[in-house]
Design a protein around this ligand. Structure first.
Ligand SMILES: Nc1ncnc2c1ncn2[C@@H]1O[C@H](COP(=O)(O)OP(=O)(O)O)[C@@H](O)[C@H]1O
Ligand SMILES: [Mg+2]
Length: 228
């Protein structure tokens, strides 16, 4: 009988500048291994937000979101010292693949509406994603799951919330021009989301209102246009 292997590696999914992502099995469960070289502190005086590793931010956010019942992959194992995390694999394809291959305009409207509501739910946790592109959204049957929280922040600053929209907007424009209504559909459902059951007032501040965030997004867009 073969020895029980804790991690069985299957294939490399992605090798970026910072992370190597592989899929496999953790104790028999479909899993993802994410390896990031921990960054060394360059200047001890620098803002810790800039210097702390993306893996630490990702773990912190995943744990916080899990506590708040926001759908994210669970962490299976963590080796912060070596920059390795094993997490649950979310089945399905990333939105970039879905939008490029098989999605009709009608189905896409439903997905973009769901994305708007999901983004408001994330923001109501006091978290901004920081890298909201279609490679970081997985369509798991009819459910959307956000992944890759390496640039996420726990914040009350409206700018950070507005930037989530702007990153998504630029991604949709550059990569998915055949869905011209996408951004409007996302914004509409974001604004329609009923905040009334959620806490928005916290000890350290208040989560910005959706109208405020969307108007900041519009400002960021015109700022960027002006500088082009
Ligand atoms: N939990 C997960 N479940 C399924 N696929 C994942 C998961 N995490 C990452 N991936 C896949 O690996 C790719 C890269 O992972 P990601 O966390 O986005 O790393 P990076 O920071 O390098 O972008 C994703 O676009 C996705 O295809
Ligand atoms: Mg990513």
């Amino acid at each position: 009988m073969s020895r029980l292997q804790v991690w069985i590696e299957e294939k490399k999914l992605h090798e970026g500048a910072e992370a190597i992502v592989t899929s496999g099995y953790w104790l028999g469960k479909p899993a993802i291994k994410k390896f990031r070289r921990p960054r060394k502190w360059r200047h001890p005086e620098l803002d810790s937000r800039l210097t702390k590793s993306r893996l630490t931010s990702e773990v912190r956010t995943l744990l916080k979101l899990q506590q708040l019942d926001f759908p994210t992959p669970s962490i299976f194992n963590l080796d912060l010292k070596n920059g390795i995390m094993f997490m649950e694999k979310v089945e399905g394809d990333t939105l970039v693949i879905k939008l490029k291959n098989e999605l009709s305009l009608i189905d896409s409207k439903e997905i973009f509406s769901k994305l708007g509501a999901l983004l408001r739910r994330l923001h109501l946790c006091g978290i901004t994603h920081g890298d909201l592109t279609t490679t970081n959204i997985i369509l798991n049957e009819d459910r959307l799951v956000l992944i890759d929280y390496g640039l996420s922040q726990s914040t009350f600053e409206v700018e950070s919330y507005g930037l989530d929209f702007h990153v998504l907007y630029e991604c949709l424009q550059a990569t998915h021009p055949n869905f011209p209504e996408a951004m409007n559909q996302i914004v509409e459902s974001y604004l329609d989301y009923d905040d009334s059951k959620s806490q928005i007032q916290f000890e350290g501040g208040t989560i910005p209102k959706s109208e405020e965030i969307i108007s900041r997004f519009e400002q960021i867009k015109s700022r960027v246009r002006y500088h082009d």
